[in-house]
Design a protein around this ligand. Structure first.
Ligand SMILES: Nc1nc2c(c(=O)[nH]1)N=C([C@H](O)[C@@H](O)CO)CN2
Length: 119
């Protein structure tokens, strides 16, 4: 199984459990590993035969503009569902970081894996 990567994608979202957090936008950082067989895309030099990282990045930025959640867990789970439903992603490892949420930590966040890794 090959992997399409998106790393350090900056997302602006309304996210947090506290009232003050629900009135501001905060930056999240997203890393994605997306399972994908790239053989046909590479053979035919054909974008339509692989996962388009630009289209996926734009769709996730739109999703963040349209939704608000309290937990990074919820955001991560919903983005994984979107990747499966809208782009046919069969396996994803998703890391979502919330910089600055804990002052003494560079990052806090979560990592999830969904779907079956083939090959
Ligand atoms: N496991 C989690 N812990 C916490 C979260 C979260 O989303 N997942 N969120 C917060 C607050 O919103 C925090 O980020 C504000 O500083 C606390 N713990």
């Amino acid at each position: 199984m090959d992997t399409v990567l998106i790393e350090g994608l900056a997302l602006e979202a309304v996210i947090g459990v506290y009232k003050w957090e629900q009135q501001i936008h905060q930056r999240l950082l997203l890393d994605l590993e997306l399972g994908c067989d790239i053989a046909r895309a590479a053979r035919d030099d054909d974008l339509s035969a692989t996962l388009d990282y630009a289209a996926i990045s734009a769709r996730l930025q739109k999703f963040c503009n349209e939704h608000r959640f309290e937990l990074v867990e919820t955001f991560a789970e919903r983005m994984a569902e979107l990747l499966q439903q809208a782009f046919g992603v069969t396996w994803v490892r998703l890391t979502l970081r919330k910089p600055g949420a804990v002052v003494d930590a560079a990052f806090v966040g979560i990592r999830i894996e969904r779907g079956q890794r083939e090959g």
